[in-house]
Structure formats: C-alpha cells, structure tokens
Design a protein around this ligand. Structure first.
Ligand code: MSK
Length: 637
C-alpha cells in the first residue's frame, strides 16, 4: 500500500480555525456579534477554546476502549503500541468501525421508529397517524413479496412486520437488497459484506472492536462497510419509504429558506432533529382553530411552524414548510429573540440549546424517550399520545410568546424562494415514469453525470462555502446535483434551488432544467433520504445493464461532521459511488487504512473516498472522475 498524498489533506484556507478568517455567512455574523455582546457562547466560540485540538485523536490514534488505557499512540517513537499491543493500523480501524457503527445505529433506529408506527397504524393504535400514500404502501408490499391487495391496515401491518424482520438476524434477508444490480449483490456476497440484519451489523462491529476480538484492520474495515450498508440499504431505506407511506411521497413544491422565515408578529415554533413523527403532529396542531384563536388572544398574528436541520427537510419535502436553517444555525435562531419554542426529536441537537434557552423566553422542548436533555421541557411522544401532546406543546409556545421581549428581536434576513420535493417518484414521474429520458440525456452528454451533495455544516469550515462552491463548479459542467440534509439550506440561501439557477448551469443541463421547469440542484430530502439517491443509482444501473460503479455519478460531503455522515459516505462507496469528503475522517494515523480508503477500495468495490478540502479542486477531480466513467461506457465528454 502506498503512502497517501499528504498534500491532499493539508489545511487550506477553507479549513481554518475561527480566529483565522470569517467563518460564517452575513446573517449569521450579525447574530454571532449580538450573542457575544450578551456574553453568550456559541459553537464557534467553544471551538476556539478547544483549539488546538488533540493531534493524536485527530489521527485516530487514541484509544479509550478499556481501562488498561487510555492509550495515545505515537508511531515512530517508543509509544507506537497501546497497552494491549494494538498498533496504529488496528487502533485506527477499531475507532473508525465504531464511528461508522454509531452513524448506522442512529439512522437505523430512526427507521425502526417509522416501522413501529406503521405497525401501530395497522393495529389501530396510533390516533393522529394515517396512511397518506396507500398506492406506495401497496407497491412496497408487492415489491417485498407480500399480498398487496387486501384491506389497507392489514397490508400496513404485514409490511411493518416484514421490514421489522430486517432488523433481526433471523429474517429472510434485507427486503430492499433485491433493488440492487445482480453484479453488485454478487460482489458483496463474494466479499462477505452483504448486510445480514440492520441491528446485527453495528452490534457485531462493537463486538469485533472489543479488546481481543478482530485484530485485522482490513477485516474491521470490511465489517465497517457491511455496517454502513445495513444503514443505507436497510434502516435508512426503511425510514424513507415508510415516512412516504405515512406522510405522503414528496412532490415538487415551492417554499422559503433562512432566518427570514421566522416571523416577527407570530408565535414561532421551530421543529428540530430528524424524525417526522413528532413534527407532523406539531404542524397539525398548529392548524387547530382553537390554538390559532389562543395565539391571537396572546397578541400574535398567527402560529408559524418552520423547520431546522433534517426534521426541517422532512417537512419541507412533503409540506413545503419553510426551513430556518441547518445544524450550525440552530443556536442562532434563538438569538433572534423571536423563537417561542424549539421542539426537538433526536440527532444533531446541540446540548447548548438548553443553556441558551435560559437566556431567552424560548422553550426548548424534547420529545423522545431516547433523547433526554436535562433542563429542557420534556414531553415523551408515543404513537398513542402524539396528537394530544402536540396540542400541549403548541399551547406552551403560545404562553412563551406573552413573555417575548420585542426589544431583543432581530431577524437579520429576508426569506429566499426555493423549490423542493424531488422524490424519486417525482423525478421519474416528470420524465414520463421511466429512467429512459435520463439515460438518453446522459448518452447524449446533455447531462454529463450526477452528484449527491450531502451532509452537515462544520464550524471548522467557512459556513456554506464548500457546499455552494462545489455545486456551482458541478452544474456549470452539466453535472446535475442532488442535495440532502443540511447542505440544502446552504444551496437554498445561495439561490441554487430555483429553476432560474439554470442560468448558472452549462448549456446541456440548463436546457434540461428549462424544459422540465426544475432547478439544476434538486432537493431530495433529509440525511436518511440519501437512500433515495442510491436507489435511483440502482434504477439507472439496472436500466442500462451495468453495475452501479460504472455510472458517471459521485457523492460529496464537503462540510460533514457526524458519525451518520461517515456511515453515509461508506455505504455510498461500498455501493460503488466514489465519494468526496471536504474533511478527512480520523484515520490519517494509519497509512494502511488511509490508503485503503482513498485507493485500495477501488479494486475491492469499484469506488473510493476522495479527500479534498478545496471545493474548486474537488469539482475538477469529480469532473475528471465523471469523464473517466463516461469514457469507459463509450460516451464522449
Ligand atoms: S441533520 S447529520 S448535521 S446533514 Fe441530518 Fe444535518 Fe448532518 Fe445532522
């Protein structure tokens, strides 16, 4: 294995500490200044205090998995092994495997919650929830081999049971794996990385990385891939598909983004986290005439529900509900002084929100028995009580409005128009129900390829810059961008989520966008909805008659931070989609693991990671990758 090229990972001007350059957007900057003026501490300030961060941890060379340690490895010196004897390669592989297991577990547990609610609906025990897309329910049931024409609740229950089996080790195999091209499935079987159970793989990952179990870094990395695949083709895919069944499959809609969607004269309720089970109920409660009347009696013009993070993406996709911002904007929404409640479910919710809420009239409300935040207002939602609790939560927000201090209100931006709702059904529907027109466009070179830009904001990077710059670099080269998760807000604020953005695209993509009336950057959902992208890749590969790694496609997480993003990146690569990362994972302490990630995996699964902090250079490299794939398919350009 060759040494990774160090220059690829060096810090660039886009990867600096907060002290070195302006790291935020203009509207964020105004609120950061305001917060600092009031003595409040935000993520950027806390990062500053943590800087310089531990170089050994950053390389994945620290281990705290047993109490013979903690150990910090310094290769080349006489501290190149932990107390148990693990060297750098094993320590890095163990740490990375656990990192991926965390992300896979988070997505998959989210998916399980949807499957359980579907079962409750089928059993008649979930008042307030219903089947909004019965056709999709029946289609999915037929797809996984179930009787699909019976009574709707019976079909719902049967589908929930079938997908529930995917979480165990004793089911018939993950239901959605039959979507894969045969060649990809055969490759996974040969490599022994076909996921056997959604819960089983992260559990086995934790087992293997216990001291004294799997000591082969390559074997651990392959298990990490199997763990990630259990997420992408299992837990996340179930989460996406069942969310569509319960809440409706997204269709193109118009909405708005940024802090300007918070309304000065209304009770503002921001829903935060990932799972639509709570936020859909809050939305329904906010339409209750009695609660609206209560809001008016409190002096507000109405009740305004807006989204944050991926819960925001879920509501945006299906209901066109405006989104106030992504993970790095959540603290700042409170600093506007105009937010009555942040209602959170789970994942990507900063613990700092509890303390910040104490400094404003804002109620910070948690709703999941899995996500306790001491100091928050707590309402544990279940399928049985969700409708009733949602009304109480909205009532609490109305009470908070009475305590709002108008002198502290500062909403520093006007909302920006966006278009959302591009589910696979919507994309293929716009093309006449088949992928054929997309394939024709790819063959003709009108569309040279497609890239999924996904993931978070990270305070180590200049806010939104890499997302937006990379998207512009790609669309000008006639490469369609699909966006999910927190990257969405960045794209929206930059004006890339409207059909008019076709003016920034190359001639082929611009023509396609104008014909279909769509933007060159399509919003396809939340972070579990990356499963839509790999599913679409499988649809295209099957239609062309090739494996997924032959397609002129790529993925990118330019500003990622979370374990879930690592799981997404790894399942994309193991599916055959080369994936760019704007920041390296904590693996650089092992040349062997690093080389496997950026080179070796190409020979194993036909795709690898590409680490490049500079989004302009990343655009060039992704473009070269797409050209090479097109050439291999006998296509020009
Ligand atoms: S919320 S995982 S910050 S995309 Fe899905 Fe955003 Fe990343 Fe969390």
């Amino acid at each position: 294995m060759s040494e990774p090229k160090k220059s690829e990972f060096e810090k660039s001007e886009f990867h600096k500490t907060a002290a070195e350059c302006t790291m935020w957007t203009e509207e964020a900057g105004r609120l950061i200044e305001k917060a600092r003026g009031q003595g409040l501490s935000l993520a950027w300030d806390r990062l500053e205090k943590q800087t310089p961060q531990c170089n050994i941890c950053e390389q994945g060379l620290s281990c705290a998995k047993c109490v013979m340690g903690p150990c910090r490895l310094i290769p080349g010196l006489d501290r190149d092994k932990g107390v148990c004897g693990a060297g750098a390669d094993l320590t890095v592989a163990r740490n990375f495997g656990r990192f991926v297991a965390g992300g896979s577990a988070a997505h998959s547990d989210h998916g399980r919650d949807l499957v359980e609610v579907l079962h409750h609906i089928g059993s008649g025990g979930a008042p307030g929830y219903e089947i909004r897309d019965e056709a999709k329910l029946r289609r999915l049931a037929a797809e996984v081999g179930l009787e699909s024409s019976g009574e709707v609740k019976a079909v719902a229950k049967a589908l929930a049971r079938r997908l529930g089996e995917d979480f165990s080790s004793f089911g018939p195999g993950l239901a959605f794996l039959q979507r894969l091209p045969a060649a990809r499935k055969a490759l996974w079987d040969k490599l022994n990385i076909t996921p056997r159970g959604i819960d089983r793989e992260p559990v086995e990952m934790l087992h293997r990385t216990h001291m004294g179990v799997d000591c082969d870094p390559v074997s651990l990395c392959l298990q990490a891939a199997r763990t990630a695949l259990a997420d992408g083709w299992g837990g996340s895919m179930a989460g996406t598909e069942i969310s569509d069944v319960i809440f409706g499959t997204p269709a193109p809609n118009k909405s708005r983004v940024n802090l300007g969607v918070i309304k000065k004269d209304q009770v503002n309720i921001l829903v935060h986290g990932h799972n639509p089970l709570v936020s859909e109920m809050i939305l329904a409660a906010a339409a209750d005439p009695k609660l609206l009347q209560a809001a008016r009696e409190a002096g507000a013009a109405g009740l305004n529900v807006a989204g944050l993070c991926c819960t925001g993406n879920e509501l945006l996709m299906r209901r066109g509900i405006p989104i106030a911002g992504n993970n790095m904007m959540t603290e700042l929404t409170m600093v506007t002084g105009a937010v009555e409640a942040i209602v959170a479910d789970y994942q990507c919710i900063m613990p700092s929100l509890v303390d910040l809420a104490q400094c404003f009239h804002t109620k910070f409300i948690t709703t999941s028995d899995k996500a306790h935040f001491p100091g928050a207002e707590t309402f544990h939602f279940t399928p049985e009580n969700a409708r009733e609790l949602a009304g109480r939560v909205v009532g609490l927000a109305i009470e908070a409005f009475k305590k709002r201090d108008p002198a502290r209100v500062d909403i520093p931006a006007e909302p920006i128009e966006i278009m959302s709702g591009f589910s696979n059904e919507a994309i293929l529907g716009a093309l006449g129900g088949t992928p054929a027109p997309l394939i024709e466009a790819l063959k003709a070179g009108t569309l040279r390829g497609a890239v999924g830009i996904v993931g978070c904001n990270n305070p180590k990077l200049k806010q939104d810059y890499s997302h937006v710059t990379l998207a512009r670099e790609l669309i000008k080269r006639d490469i369609l961008v699909l966006v999910t998760g927190c990257a969405t807000s960045a794209m929206g604020k930059a004006g890339l989520l409207v059909p008019e953005a076709a003016a920034q695209a190359g001639p082929g993509l611009a023509g396609l966008c104008r014909t279909l009336g769509i933007p060159p950057v399509l919003h396809v959902g939340s972070c579990v909805d990356n499963s839509r992208i790999i599913h679409l890749c499988a649809v295209l590969a099957n239609a062309v008659g090739v494996d997924i790694d032959a397609l002129p496609v790529a993925a990118s997480a330019p500003e990622w931070y979370s374990e879930k993003a690592a799981a997404i990146g790894l399942y994309a690569v193991a599916t055959g989609v080369t994936t760019h990362l704007g920041l390296p994972p904590m693996i650089l302490g092992s040349p062997a693991v690093t080389d496997l990630a950026v080179n070796g995996l190409k020979d194993v699964v036909g795709a690898a990671f590409l680490v490049e902090p500079d989004p302009i250079r990343a655009g060039e490299k992704i473009d070269a990758h797409i050209s090479a794939k097109r050439q291999a398919l006998g296509l020009s350009g």
